[in-house]
Design a protein around this ligand. Sequence first.
Ligand code: C5P
Length: 211
Amino acid sequence: KKPKTIAIDGTFASGKGTLAKRLAAHYGLAYMDTGKLYRATAKATLDAGGDPDNAADAAKAAKSLGQGNLDEKLSDPVLKSGAIGAAASKVAVHPDVRAALLDLQRDFAAQGAVLDGRDLGTVICPDADVKLYVDAKPEIRAERRHKELVGYGEEISFDTVLAQLRERDARDMGRKDAPLKPAEDAHFLDSSHLSIEEAFDGACRIIDAVM
Ligand code: C5P
């Protein structure tokens, strides 16, 4: 049987996005990178002169996201920057922001989709056919992210990336509302020593066994 909803959660730079995209293509499902919703909210907050730590500023930006062309907003290359990523994890702390983005994600999931982020298995899609939790050692994730940022032309040291990554993990796992944690029925995938191909094969084995 073919899965209809696959929920993928995991840490920053664990490789979950690349994996999710490949799984979506493989199983013929739509794909949503839910981190982009938080990144776009962060950008909209900053563009409006707001403060990502301020719940009202961030919630206003999140509510306005669904108005206008969402696809266009989500494809803005600026969203990939480290600064927007850090601001995203700040706006993501506020319950009103998370509530404003909930229906967007559930409506998307309803068509049959792979979604990746932090709270898909626990909050957004608790009834997903398959839940994966992807993680890797911090040093390995920092190395991947460092390469990526340098590729975008950012000048940043490995140590700074590692420190920021630990900070991000702590904020995502420590927040009260929808913290990053594996759902009880999630299947673990440690991507530390796996190539993209191996992670994909491992995920397919898990999914095909569950279905
Ligand atoms: O995955 P990405 O790095 O794009 O996510 C940016 C931030 O958005 C995360 O650090 C997290 O705080 C937040 N986020 C979230 N829930 C999701 C996806 C992302 O809280 N489902």
